[in-house]
Write a protein that binds this ligand. Sequence first.
Ligand SMILES: C[S@@+](CC[C@H](N)C(=O)[O-])C[C@H]1O[C@@H](n2cnc3c(N)ncnc32)[C@H](O)[C@@H]1O
Length: 276
Amino acid sequence: MMISYKIIDYLKGKIKLLDNAFDPKDLEILARHSFDNIQWMDIEDIWDLYDISVLKYAIRRRIQKEPISQIIGLKKFWNSNFYINETVLDPRPETELIVEKVLELPGTNLSLIDLGTGSGCLAISIALERPNFNIFASDISSDALKIAEINSKHHKTHITFIKSDWFSKINKSFDVIISNPPYISESEYSRLPIAIRRFEPKIALTAGFKGLDCFKKIITEFHNYLKPNGIILMEIGYSHKRKIEELFISSGYKSIKFFNDLSGKARVVCVKKDAI
Ligand SMILES: C[S@@+](CC[C@H](N)C(=O)[O-])C[C@H]1O[C@@H](n2cnc3c(N)ncnc32)[C@H](O)[C@@H]1O
């Protein structure tokens, strides 16, 4: 819901912290988050009825470059909002391509595991779209799993969560494996914006010297955890297509398919268990 420009201008005039560089859209989101029903209020009521320090605290955090989603504790992904904090990756819009591709699969009773579930955004979005799927989600981080469980409970989805270092504690096989594993190299990480390095967990982002360690681990083992005709879908980095193809080929796979994002870059790899 929109807040009128009048209110935004009023807040700008009142709050000394705000300079012209502060994005009015951010101010609108933070104001809406800080004051319930702000859109129906008279300007003077905002000042009189509410403790403006809540908004000022949110603005201070934003000035320190904290992502809006962490300040308000929410991020939209696919069709839902997800609770997030500093222990999980902020769900990214490009990851929705995995949801899109899973929804194109034939079959309404498939079993699926989301490896490295983080906030649970992938597993939960799919569970909401496909209530008859039997869905599992894993992560190595207990903190991330707590957030994913909160989100699953909030959205009333039935997902089995497992704490596992990739496949180490997985003891069944699935029709579909999905994952958005960490894939940033150490040198890329050092060049990421401070907002990401300071506020998002490194374990969700980096994967060794070349950014390929998690892919190597998953690609070597996934075969044992897929049912006959099963498939794996994984998000990959912008520049990874050739390297990922080589990793699958060196594990004996012949048919490796890539799906592009809207800018035409290969961002999801898809391989069938029997493509060997
Ligand atoms: C890029 S984040 C993806 C999170 C979420 N699926 C998403 O798309 O927003 C990668 C996730 O993998 C998890 N992870 C990192 N190393 C792992 C490991 N060895 N085993 C299982 N999960 C791991 C991280 O904790 C993080 O939640």
